[in-house]
Design a protein around this ligand. Structure first.
Ligand code: ES4
Ligand code: ZN
Length: 326
């Protein structure tokens, strides 16, 4: 109980959060009503009952379905504000949020609508809550590289407001190398690079993301434990891993949290962080994810201090700003 309070009071950064994955069923119904969209569920309870996933794909199918209620700038702003208020309550001082433009442009929502809505929320969160926020635009890896290039071109007018690009969606069968050219171009434009790797895919996906895409941070990366040399390399280069315990449990990546690799990775000197991924779908925001590691893996206050510190060290904030948080 003291540890729970300690976790709640720790200043932290969140580095792995899909804004579309923060869409709570209550807001989903409100937006469905506002936009006259018919949901395949009669009520909030039956939506929640459907959140039982055996793997990443089962989750993604329902996650993309949820995004159908998002239509206007106001919708995107409301979605993001709901997350910022919630994260602020968890003492999140800085957040780097993912968004999936292709899941919206593919269903006819203009790129600018997504951007303007999210940017309005970022401005509001910075002013009202004193949070800092950065945007990371993700490419959907189940789509082809040409579609990712088209998305990067649409982002051109907003590049000063986008910190980096990422890679998400169905991992197995869609290796990082599929996106080598578009990541190289994003790098040339001065963007930071991240990629989901080693969530369901094996350690070779992490190695490719580092060697071929030149990523600055690894999203998930749990399966790095399978490659000892890669683990040593990650520890030496102090590359951050954005680990999401409740996500791993809900998607059966780590069915029993008592077997979660995070404590081992921390002891091996890797820069691990704790994040919520898709909190509306996985049953908890960032503090709940910290708590899960306390409860199931016995992590202690000093471990959480290190992890919270890692969250700022692994962020894309300027060095001076990071130093002020440590
Ligand atoms: C995601 Cl947990 C996860 N993995 C891959 N892609 C995603 N998109 C949203 N959540
Ligand atoms: Zn994710």
């Amino acid at each position: 109980n003291n540890l729970i309070k300690f976790i709640a009071a720790l200043p932290k950064a969140e580095l792995h959060l899909h804004i579309e994955g923060s869409l709570e069923p209550e807001l989903m119904f409100e937006l469905a009503k506002r936009n006259k969209v018919t949901l395949p569920f009669p009520d909030v309870e039956s939506v929640k009952a459907a959140y039982n996933f055996n793997n990443l794909q089962e989750f993604l199918d329902i996650y993309y379905q949820g995004t159908n209620v998002l239509k206007t700038e106001e919708d995107f702003c409301d979605l993001a504000m709901a997350y910022f208020y919630r994260a602020h309550r968890d003492n999140v001082l800085h957040s780097e949020i993912f968004f999936d433009p292709q899941s919206h442009t593919e269903r006819g929502i203009p790129f600018n609508v997504v951007m303007n809505g999210l940017l309005a929320a970022v401005t509001k969160a910075e002013a009202e809550l004193g949070m800092s926020v950065q945007l990371i635009m993700c490419f959907l890896r189940h789509l082809d590289e040409e579609s990712a290039f088209a998305t990067l071109r649409m982002a051109e007018p907003f590049l000063d407001k986008i910190t980096g690009v990422g890679l998400d969606s169905s991992e197995v069968g869609n290796p990082p190398s599929k996106f080598r050219h578009v990541f190289a171009e994003a790098r040339q434009k001065g963007l930071k690079l991240v990629a989901h790797a080693g969530e369901e895919g094996d350690a070779s996906y992490i190695k490719e993301a580092l060697d071929i895409l030149n990523i600055d941070r690894i999203d998930h990366g749990n399966r790095i434990t399978e490659d000892r040399l890669l683990m040593t390399r990650a520890a030496r280069s102090a590359i951050a891993l954005t680990i999401c315990p409740l996500s791993n449990q809900k998607l059966q990546v780590v069915p029993d949290l008592r077997n979660h690799p995070l404590p081992y990775l921390l002891r091996q000197g890797l820069r691990v962080t704790i994040n919520s991924d898709d909190p509306a779908y996985f049953g908890g925001y960032v503090n709940d994810n910290y708590k899960a590691l306390a409860e199931y893996c016995g992590l202690k206050a000093a471990d959480f201090v290190e992890i919270a510190r890692n969250s700022f060290l692994g962020s894309f904030l300027p060095d001076q700003t990071v130093a002020a948080y440590l």
